[in-house]
Design a binder for this molecule. Structure first.
Ligand SMILES: NC(=O)c1ccc[n+]([C@@H]2O[C@H](COP(=O)([O-])OP(=O)(O)OC[C@H]3O[C@@H](n4cnc5c(N)ncnc54)[C@H](OP(=O)(O)O)[C@@H]3O)[C@@H](O)[C@H]2O)c1
Length: 273
């Protein structure tokens, strides 16, 4: 009965997470939606908004405990969606920011998953939906640590899936391509913030910023489109290891995996780097 199904969604104050919270609630799910800006999450029609900072172990524990207390121990699906791009030159991003990138995009998902797995194993059912990116397989300059977190998330999800599938739990990956949200603005603001005084990487930041702006103006995917993909990944009776919104996203990932050198050549041509 979908009426009783329970989903936990991280990063639900904006973009894909917010759209997913609305979509699951509209389809009769009990939605527990977390973010730091909890006041931005709508508190109606089946959505319970909870404060959550995925970089904070106490916050992660409180989030999962609050859900288990409200649902008598049930969590059917967790969507590890919270994430951002700590863009900037690999040489110059302060280590504290490199660590924060991993704490948010990777370790947060890891810890929350450890916290929900006992309930899922007990129920002999559960789905862990991890929001990576096509950038888990392809990359662009200034995104070294972002791409590393998404590649890590994919490898981890695949290993986890093997370990938990015999308990009725599956771990899957969604790989969005460029999608309308606050992501691009935040990534580029970080790239500028992370430039050191007199940095030799200023021209590269300008080139990547222009390329991202061009891509944003040509991108047709919306956060609502990706929410549909999250729903598919969460409910597919035959779970797949990867879910994509567009054929082009799937194709570009396939090409990058089969011909790793090609992307380097393409970046040289496009960005003259
Ligand atoms: N948009 C794209 O083009 C694109 C492409 C590929 C992959 N993705 C991935 O898709 C996911 C969703 O991004 P989006 O595009 O929807 O971006 P967005 O509009 O910036 O939303 C990101 C969400 O993550 C939350 N978040 C960030 N840090 C957090 C933390 N420490 N604890 C809890 N929540 C946190 C934010 O909430 P608070 O700030 O309120 O905490 C916000 O709700 C991310 O993992 C992103 O890497 C995006």
């Amino acid at each position: 009965m979908t009426e009783n199904r329970v989903v936990a969604i991280t990063g639900a104050s904006n973009g894909m997470g917010l759209e997913a919270a609305t979509l699951f609630a509209a389809r009769g799910w009990r939605v527990f939606a977390g973010a730091r800006r909890v006041e931005r999450i709508p508190q109606d029609n089946g959505i319970v908004a909870l404060p959550l900072d995925v970089t904070d172990s106490a916050s992660n524990s409180a989030f999962v405990e609050a859900i288990l207390a409200a649902t008598d121990g049930r969590i059917d699906v967790i969507i590890n969606n919270a994430g951002y791009g700590e863009f900037g030159p690999a040489e110059e991003i302060p280590m504290a920011e490199v660590r924060r990138q991993f704490e948010t995009n990777f370790f947060g998902a890891v810890e929350l998953t450890q916290l929900v797995l006992p309930a899922m194993r007990k129920a002999a059912a559960g789905r862990i939906v991890n929001v990576s990116s096509i950038g888990g397989d392809i990359y662009m300059p200034l995104g070294a640590y972002y791409h590393a977190t998404k590649a890590a998330l994919q490898q981890w999800s695949d290993v986890l899936d093997v370990e938990v599938s015999s308990f009725g739990v599956r771990s899957v990956i969604v790989q969005p391509g460029g999608t309308e949200s606050a992501w691009g603005e935040i990534a580029m603001a970080n790239a500028e913030k992370n430039l050191r005084e007199g940095s030799p990487y200023g021209p590269l930041v300008a080139k990547v910023k222009a390329a991202l702006a061009r891509q944003a103006s040509s991108s047709s995917a919306t956060s609502a489109d990706l929410a549909q993909v999250f729903f598919r990944a969460a409910t597919d009776p035959k779970p797949k290891s990867r879910y994509f919104n567009a054929l082009g996203d799937r194709a570009v990932v396939k090409l990058a995996r089969t011909t790793p050198g090609l992307l380097r050549v393409a970046l040289s041509r496009i960005l003259k780097v």
